[in-house]
Design a protein around this ligand. Structure first.
Ligand code: GLN
Length: 488
């Protein structure tokens, strides 16, 4: 039986001829089929993936030099363009749309010999925390099918959690990689804003969006980041900063300075088991000689409102392009004039949550309310960014929970959007401040579900973030039991 534990181990097996890329792809295709009820995949590119695997096996046998991601089986969230493949942001308004180019991130993975196996379910336009807002239906958490996998990247998280691909790409605007990683018990990284090109990523809130990575371990995530990151002539917000070779520098033995927010650990919404697990971890870090100190953080209650005001404002502008003329779905109801045509197309094409956000966003931007909401939220964003810079003068990392609770039960929060939004309390600050953050699967709750520790570092400090994550992941609570498929 093929067992994937890391890219390094898989590459060693390929070199020893213990396995081929073709066998690996065949294994994943069978497993995807056997777990199709999880609804993680929207489309599986079976023939293409098999063909690519054969080519890679030949390339290896011919002794040609191999890409860093040789034969790595990758899934893509349905918001990332892959040329000549369907892309819909899990929305009816884009059903039948086909990408005419590939995202820069995807081009770079392919250039290093990755195999794209399919595209993955998510909340419509990446808006949500449970993957229940998808036009393709909900995704199930493979550890407990009565629970959600988190969102908006529920499909990419479950694909890695259930072992349906080796790594996957998601997008993180306010936590959509870290929170589902936390709910599913895997690693989820959101890089610094501008570290990975957004060219070919469907925009939700452009000043927040980043492509992120799901994986089983830190070295896998590190090598994928190394391949994808860097300047891009198609995205002026992609930083020109040199990309470090993360994957070959993961070891460090330094003593570090960690900050944590007492107000976050004592927050009434936080599950008490989370608080005690993180406090124990803090004591352990101190014992190992690190400096770990509480810092004042007075902005906690303002950041979720600021995030939702700014992201809905940006979303209302970004989503104006889906008008039935340029892209995707167009109403068949005869409309006599243009405004009516737009109205009918957009009313039928967008789902409930997307409509709610467009309305919120246009309200926030409307004259008379602009200063009261948009401008004030921008001020909160600036205060938060300044506060973070101040903290990073004295500390290397900030420790936080990723989410206040373990994975919700399906339907639990669907009728209470405010409660759903408030659960983003710990993830949105990294996007508001543009800093990198990672969710590490370190803990298990007495309810049987995993939960993570979130670590944040200063802008472009991905290397030290990945180094400390490697050390923190050394002694996981208990390793994830993979969902096994009988007969495979
Ligand atoms: N839950 C957040 C939202 O709904 C995060 C979404 C995201 O990161 N794409 O906006």
């Amino acid at each position: 039986m093929f067992v994937f534990s890391s890219i390094e181990q898989y590459h060693a097996q390929l070199q020893e001829e213990a396995i081929t890329c073709l066998q690996a792809v065949e294994y994943y295709l069978q497993k995807i089929k056997a777990t199709s009820h999880l609804n993680a995949f929207i489309e599986v590119y079976a023939d293409e993936a098999l063909q690519k695997a054969k080519e890679l096996d030949e390339k290896r046998k011919a002794g040609n030099s191999l890409g860093k991601l040789h034969g790595i089986v990758v899934g893509l969230k349905d918001v990332i363009c892959y040329k000549d493949h369907k892309l819909s942001a899990s929305s009816n308004i884009l059903k039948k749309f086909t990408s005419i180019y590939s995202a820069t991130a995807v081009e770079r993975l392919l250039a290093e010999d990755a195999i794209i196996i399919g595209n993955l379910n998510c909340d419509e336009f990446a808006m949500g925390s449970t993957n229940e807002n998808s036009a393709y239906g909900k995704v199930l958490n493979a550890l407990d099918e009565t629970r959600v996998p988190g969102g908006s990247s529920g499909g990419p998280a479950v694909a890695v959690q259930a072992g349906l691909c080796m790594v996957s790409l998601g997008s993180d605007t306010g936590g959509s990689v870290r929170q589902p990683a936390d709910f599913c018990g895997i690693v989820g990284l959101k890089p610094t804003y501008g570290r990975v090109s957004r060219y070919g990523l469907i925009a939700y809130a452009s000043s927040f969006d980043q492509i992120g990575i799901f994986g089983n371990n830190i070295p896998d995530v590190a090598v994928v980041l190394e391949v994808m990151a860097g300047a891009d002539e198609y995205d002026s917000t992609a930083s020109l900063k040199k990309v470090e070779l993360y994957s070959s520098q993961l070891k460090d033995n330094k003593k570090h300075r960690f900050a944590y927010f007492e107000v976050a650990l004592n927050h009434p919404s936080l599950d008490p088991e989370f608080a005690s697990a993180i406090k124990k971890k803090i004591e352990l870090l101190k014992k190992e000689g690190h400096e770990v100190k509480p810092v004042e953080f007075e902005l906690l209650d303002y950041i979720v409102p600021a995030y939702y005001e700014l992201t809905t404002a940006e979303a209302s502008s970004n989503l104006s392009r889906y008008d039935g003329i340029k892209y995707g779905y167009r109403t068949l109801t005869p409309a006599l004039e243009l405004t009516e045509f737009y109205k009918q197309t957009r009313s039928a094409g967008f789902g409930k949550e997307v409509k709610r956000r467009i309305m919120l966003g246009t309200f926030v931007l409307s004259s008379g309310y602009y200063d009261a909401y948009f401008t004030r939220a921008q001020k909160v964003r600036k205060l938060l960014t300044d506060k973070m810079q101040l903290i990073f003068k004295d500390f290397d990392f900030i420790l936080l929970p990723t989410s206040p609770t373990t994975a919700f039960k399906t339907g639990e929060k669907m009728n209470d959007p405010i409660a759903m939004y408030l659960a983003d309390i710990y993830t949105v600050m990294a996007n508001l401040a543009g800093i990198p953050a990672i969710s590490l699967p370190l803990f298990w709750h007495s309810n049987g579900m995993p939960f993570g520790l979130q670590v944040m570092s200063n802008r472009f400090n991905e290397l030290s973030l990945l180094q400390i994550s490697t050390r923190l992941m050394k002694k996981p609570f208990r390793s994830i039991e993979r969902t096994e498929v009988p007969g495979l």
